[in-house]
Structure formats: structure tokens, C-alpha cells
Design a protein around this ligand. Structure first.
Ligand code: CA
Length: 225
């Protein structure tokens, strides 16, 4: 999953990007409203953390422009204390959730997990596909109760496939959702990650749909499809 952070406070921006990266997300940081608007318009983020008080273009305007252009990704707004009217404007512009500064990073992470799983139609932070389990809260995965060790990129690939299980995920879509902007993207490495994941979770769980992409299945249920 890939997150955009739009925050002009350098300390908070750094703190958020490192906490999100640590939690297993690919993260891009924009430090003003114009850059933030551009990135959110051009790149397919799974969620956005958007400060409302921003230079060049304020956060409410950024959000209004995304929504007017049909960008529907979940957006969590950050507002200053005592600015209730800002919150109202943010929700009216299309925000999905908010946090008032100062906040605990843990709460931001929990709210983001909730937004991501709701957007993908899941009710809890533990994603299941048969006996394959990914707990997005702890960042851990297991098969039949046995923990499996994943690298950061393997976790991102698996977590994205788990959020979108049952449907074919094109390789280009995976590339766009597991790397941040500055990463040297090579779609061939996706095949490498998929190969390693298959060795760790079982080769029959990720199907390759020729020319289309990958589909995560429960082999015990989907074997005949
Ligand atoms: Ca600000």
C-alpha cells in the first residue's frame, strides 16, 4: 500500500514518513499544497494524510480539486486545535477522517488501517485468505498458524494482494502501489517478489493470469476455478 503525506512542517513530515515506512507502507512526502495536489492527481495512492494549513494551496482546496477530478482515495485530514470550522470544511470537501494536532502516531496508523480496509471492503485489520493470515496491525503474516518472515517489499506485495484478493491485480498496478516515487521501479522485480512469496506461502496461492496479472486465492476453495 502506498501513502501520500502532504505536510509543510519539516519535523512532522519526517516523523510521519518514517513511521509509515516502518509500518510497511511506501510513502511520498509533499511539502506544499501545489506539489501535494499534483502528486495526488498523478499517482494512484491508497490513502492520503493531508494537512489543511499548507503554503501555495490550502488543504481544503487541494481536496476539492481532487474530488472534482474524480480522485476517490481515502483522505485523512490534519487540523489545528480549536479549528472546528476547518474540520467541517474538510469533510464537506470530501475528507474521510481527521486528526487534531498534536496526535499520537499510533492513532494515525490505526485510523489509516481502518480507512484502507474499509476502502477495500474488509471489516477488520486481520486479513484472511483461507489459512493465510496477514495482520495489518502488527505487520505479521502466517500460514496455518506458522509465522512467515517477509521483507518490506514482500510484505507490501502480499498486503496489497490480500486487500484485493479474488481479483486479478495487474503487474503495473502492483508496481504503482508498492514503490514510493523516488524508487527505481522495475516491473521485473515484481516477478522476483512473487516468486519469493510463493516459496514462503505456497506456490498455489498466487495465480499468474497470463498477460493480465496476479490473483491471490485460497487453493482449497478456488482450486477448480
Ligand atoms: Ca501546516
Amino acid at each position: 500500500m502506498r501513502i501520500l503525506v502532504v505536510e509543510d512542517d519539516p519535523d512532522l513530515g519526517r516523523q510521519l514518513t518514517s513511521a509509515l515506512a516502518q509500518a510497511g507502507y511506501a510513502v511520498d512526502l509533499a511539502t506544499d499544497g501545489e506539489e501535494g495536489h499534483y502528486l495526488g492527481d498523478a499517482e494512484p495512492y491508497d490513502a492520503v494524510v493531508l494537512d489543511l494549513g499548507l503554503p501555495k494551496m490550502d488543504g481544503v482546496r487541494v481536496l476539492e480539486r481532487w474530488r472534482a477530478a474524480g480522485r476517490g482515495m481515502p483522505v485523512l485530514i490534519l487540523t489545528a486545535r480549536d479549528r472546528w470550522s476547518e474540520k467541517v470544511a474538510g469533510f464537506d470537501a470530501g475528507a474521510d477522517d481527521y486528526l487534531t494536532k498534536p496526535f499520537y502516531t499510533e492513532e494515525l496508523l490505526a485510523r489509516l488501517r481502518a480507512l484502507l480496509r474499509r476502502a477495500a471492503g474488509h471489516a477488520t485489520s486481520a486479513l484472511e485468505c483461507g489459512d493465510l493470515l496477514v495482520d495489518t496491525r502488527s505487520g505479521r503474516a502466517s500460514v496455518d498458524g506458522e509465522p512467515i518472515k517477509l521483507t518490506a517489499h514482500e510484505y507490501r506485495v502480499l498486503s496489497y494482494l490480500m486487500h484485493h484478493q479474488g481479483r486479478v491485480v495487474p503487474r503495473t498496478e502492483l508496481v504503482e502501489h508498492i514503490y514510493d516515487q523516488d524508487f527505481d521501479r522495475d516491473s521485473n522485480t515484481i516477478e522476483v517478489f512473487i516468486g519469493r512469496l510463493r516459496r514462503k506461502i505456497g506456490s498455489d496461492r498466487i495465480l499468474t493470469e497470463r498477460g493480465l496479472g496476479y490473483r491471490l486465492i485460497d487453493p482449497k476453495v478456488d482450486a477448480t476455478q
